[in-house]
Design a protein around this ligand. Structure first.
Ligand SMILES: [Ca+2]
Ligand SMILES: [Ca+2]
Ligand SMILES: [Ca+2]
Length: 501
């Protein structure tokens, strides 16, 4: 830029100062008009240290001083508008706003008249905002900003009202080199786990500032945001680099903890079990499950465990879920075991079967009527399921007869000619229980004669191994369910136990 305006501005500023020194000399030396100058002392505005290339603004105020014999008219305002200036290499005057000074009061000097004593001056009451971009070269720099003057409204002799002086200012600054960005990091902290195996890293609170960069540079951290930090302490390293290439690093520790209990689910309700085993029963239950925010598979243990034999009475089963951090939760349920005696069945064989010594003998080939009374828990049974099986004493294929009830007993007919061999066991069954049996010996039978096709082949419904079963009683080995109908024990008569061994 040319240096002439600047030099002239300085010169005129000095003249203005002289003018302010005394009315007499001003009147004598200048027939010029009033003076508009910045309020800043000596026309210099120091801006201090400024980052290289940074934008910096300053508000400039003005004062109107009465000089000479040409004046701003009463009621007129002076309007100051941007009018160039000079800037150091690599710097720039970005903007200068317009300032409209307060109107001149009625007691200001009239055109053609000298200024009164003391010389009046008028603070402008308006400011012009100057925005500069600092050079990038470090060191002291000076900008000069000038304003053009005009009047609002137009008045008398406006071209002479302000004389030849310029309204300008020098702005000085000291450019410092690029300043490193500043990281905004948290101090080391502990946090509750919020996901499986740890805590999801969230660095949304981490930022950086930089005096030169707009917007501010964005820091990055390792591990990155979104990473799962496992239980324990993880060091986090962050860095940020500004557009000038300066990097700032920092770090902090994150300690992830889990102090939250797991949650048990599926704990069985209290229950009651009836058993025919006087020593109790075997506990059977589904082990509960557990979930936990951090531990994907917390341990679950229950005491006593399922498949444990427990006695009669109430057993409290306590289940505990424990996560990997040792947090645990407990729940319990009761199992009440009651003993109930097993069912027993008995049979009373009737004429013509004469069981003496548990053996009945008859001639081979005879069709033998079998009549039997059946009892369960001493109560006579006349309906439901009953059967009679006939099996060879030495084992092998036998017969099954389906008796029908009638005449106060169960009746079946056994054609002994269908039997192979001379010795058989005849067994009566009721409600799945073995009620009684006797040994049938067939006189005249051929122990080794060829097999005959049985009139009624044994079916799969035939209870197994009847030959080794004690006659007269049977027990249910399995646990009963509550509500099983029980025989009416009040019914008479008491059965004859002849069929029992
Ligand atoms: Ca005038
Ligand atoms: Ca910087
Ligand atoms: Ca937990």
């Amino acid at each position: 830029m040319n240096h002439r305006p600047l030099r002239r501005a300085i010169a005129l500023s000095l003249l203005a100062l002289l003018a302010l020194a005394g009315t007499a000399s001003a009147d004598r030396l200048f027939a010029d008009g009033d003076l508009v100058s910045p309020t800043t002392p000596q026309g210099i505005k120091p801006l201090g240290d400024v980052a290289a290339g940074a934008e910096v603004s300053a508000d400039i105020g003005f004062v109107l001083t009465c000089v000479g014999v040409a004046h701003v008219d009463a009621g007129q305002s002076v309007v100051l508008t941007e009018n160039g200036g000079t800037q150091p290499a690599d710097g720039e005057i970005l903007s200068v706003t317009t300032a409209v000074l307060d109107p001149v009061p009625s007691d200001w000097a009239d055109d053609g008249a000298g200024c009164p004593d003391p010389v009046p001056s008028l603070p402008g009451g308006a400011v012009s905002t100057v925005t500069l971009r600092a050079p990038t070269v470090p060191g002291p720099h000076t900008f000069t900003v000038a304003w053009a003057r005009s009047f609002q409204p137009a008045g008398n002799g406006d071209s002479l009202a302000l004389g030849p002086s310029m309204t300008s200012i020098n702005l000085t600054m000291n450019v410092v080199g690029n300043i490193a960005p500043r990281l905004v990091l948290p101090v080391s902290f502990s946090v509750q786990g919020n996901t499986a195996n740890g805590w999801t890293a969230d660095w949304s609170g981490i930022s950086a500032t930089d005096p030169e960069d707009a917007p501010d540079p964005v820091p990055t951290c390792t591990p990155s945001t979104g990473t799962t930090l496992h239980l324990g302490t993880t060091p986090v390293s962050c860095s940020v680099t500004d557009r000038g290439g300066l990097t700032t690093t920092g770090g902090f520790d994150v300690t992830v903890v889990d102090t939250t209990d797991p949650v048990l689910a599926g704990v069985p309700a209290d229950s009651e079990v009836i058993t025919s085993d006087p020593t109790g029963t075997t506990l059977t239950y589904a082990t509960p499950t557990a979930t936990d925010i951090v531990d994907p598979s917390p341990d679950v243990t229950c005491t006593p465990a399922t498949d444990t034999h427990v006695g009669t009475g109430t057993t409290t089963v306590t289940c505990t879920a424990t996560d990997a951090s040792g947090n645990s939760v407990e729940d319990a349920f009761d199992v009440t075991v009651s003993y109930r005696a097993p069912h027993t069945a008995s049979a009373t064989w009737q004429d013509p079967i004469d069981v003496s010594g548990n053996t009945f003998s008859t001639n081979y080939g005879r069709t033998l009527p079998i009549k039997v009374r059946l009892f369960v828990d001493d109560a006579e049974v006349m309906t439901g399921s009953a059967s009679i099986t006939v099996t060879p004493c030495g084992g092998g294929t036998g017969l099954e007869l389906s008796p029908t009830s009638g005449g106060g007993r169960w009746n079946a007919s056994l054609d002994t000619s269908l039997l192979v061999g001379s010795c058989h066991t005849v067994t009566a069954w009721v409600q799945g229980l073995e009620a009684g049996s006797f040994r049938l010996e067939l006189r005249g039978a051929e122990p080794t004669r060829a097999n005959k096709t049985p009139a009624t082949p044994s079916s799969t419904a035939t209870p197994a191994s009847t030959s080794d079963t004690k006659a007269g009683t049977a027990t249910e080995a399995t646990t009963e369910q509550p509500g099983t109908s029980k025989p009416d024990r009040s019914k008479d008569p008491k059965p004859d136990k002849a069929g029992k061994k």
